[in-house]
Write a protein that binds this ligand. Structure first.
Ligand SMILES: [Zn+2]
Length: 386
């Protein structure tokens, strides 16, 4: 946890966070109800709210009747008052999405880039920002900053990618490279951590005291948030569940070892397993495999069922270790549909030591990762600096 000195500006910061997080979780609220819920004094609320109103972070809604007794003005987050850019980096492209304070998509673009070159990534990110600001007509003054989500382990505090096997990066100060070109603050983190933050701030974990996410697609990973804080680990590697050994002497993983969950059950591994049995269908995608399973194709059904049970067991291991209130399943693998998701969720519930964990499957689309990336920037409004 970040340490704080006990002075006036510290208590202002904490009061600000209490108020903002109350509005984030509960929506429009009258000042008196915020006082009752948070324990803040009316004077403190008045002081902090006038500052936030001036900064256009919150807004005053029209007065509403309160049970016929009196009319009360409610406060809410001013979602349109600020924007952030989220960038999801993939091997040969990036997806950049401009969102409002609530991670609602304003505009989005995909650009080609060779992810093995950090300089090219920085340039493409700065260009994407300029393009999206121009296209949307949003002003740069409203921009909180850029969040970059990518695989690997990161020092989020310093904005350094410590290690990314997929793109061949080691100790790359990517946040500074982008900030030099774009001229705005930049945050970088593991893509699954970013997805978890987005779910915590404005997704299925909005009301939860603790949240886990389990994501599977090109990679497999998990992340955990407790009391608003991401569990990152000393070297940014917490939650790398994709590198559990599940098949001794199994296929080679991109981390260099054999038989990792990710080497056996990632999205490409699942498609590959089908392609081996049916070589004529080598270019099949997740939606097509899901459709085949839906029609009763026995090969598709068996491959997706086996993968779903294996993934569910890994998700259950993570849930049993950390006991989250809520767990969200996400990633492109969701597109494999019920033939994989049903056994995944059933196995997760069956093998999870804690029986009360609420499980949600995220509806997955192309903007989901980039919205997560934007949450890295937006979270700076809702949490203490780390
Ligand atoms: Zn591995």
């Amino acid at each position: 946890m970040p340490s704080l000195k006990g002075n006036q500006s510290t208590s202002r910061t904490l009061n600000r966070l209490l108020l903002l997080n109350h509005l984030r979780r509960h929506g429009p609220t009258a000042r008196s109800d915020i006082a009752a819920a948070t324990g803040l004094s009316p004077a403190a609320i008045s002081y902090v709210s006038s500052e936030l109103l001036e900064q256009q972070v919150i807004a005053e809604l029209d007065a509403v009747a309160d049970g016929g007794r009196r009319r009360m003005t409610r406060l809410d987050l001013n979602y349109a008052g600020h924007v952030a850019l989220g960038v999801k980096l993939m091997e040969r492209s990036l997806r950049a999405t401009l969102v409002d304070l609530g991670t609602n998509v304003i505009d989005t673009l995909t650009a080609d880039v060779d992810a093995r070159s950090p300089a090219a990534v920085a340039r493409a990110t700065a260009d994407a920002l300029a393009d999206l600001l121009e296209r949307s007509g949003e002003r740069r003054q409203r921009l909180i900053g850029i969040g970059l989500a990518m695989p690997g382990q990161h020092d989020a505090e310093r904005g350094v990618c410590l290690r990314c096997d997929r793109f061949g990066w080691k100790d790359v100060p990517i946040a500074a490279l982008i900030a030099d070109l774009a001229g705005v603050p930049v945050w970088v983190d593991n893509d699954v951590n970013a997805f978890a933050l987005a779910e915590h701030l404005f997704g299925a974990g909005r009301q939860a005291s603790s949240l886990a996410v389990f994501s599977f697609g090109r990679g497999i990973g998990a992340a955990m948030i407790v009391d608003g804080q991401l569990l990152r680990g000393r070297y940014g590697g917490a939650g790398e569940i994709g590198h559990l050994t599940v098949v001794e002497g199994g296929p080679r993983c991109e981390c260099g070892r054999l038989g990792c969950l990710e080497a056996v059950t990632s999205l490409p591994a699942i498609l590959n397993a089908y392609g081996i049995v049916r070589p004529s269908d080598r270019s099949i995608d997740p939606a097509a495999l899901a459709a085949l399973a839906g029609e009763g194709d026995p090969v598709a059904r068996e491959i997706l069922d086996t993968a779903g049970r294996r993934l569910g067991a890994a998700a259950a291991t993570f849930a049993s270790l950390f006991d989250p209130e809520t767990m969200v399943i996400g990633g492109e693998g969701v597109l494999f549909g019920p033939a994989l998701l049903d056994p995944l969720v059933a196995t997760l519930k069956e093998k999870n030591f804690q029986r009360n964990t609420e499980v949600f499957v995220e509806f997955w689309n192309d903007d989901a990762w980039a919205r997560g990336a934007a949450a890295l920037a937006i979270d700076s409004f809702f949490s203490l600096p780390s």
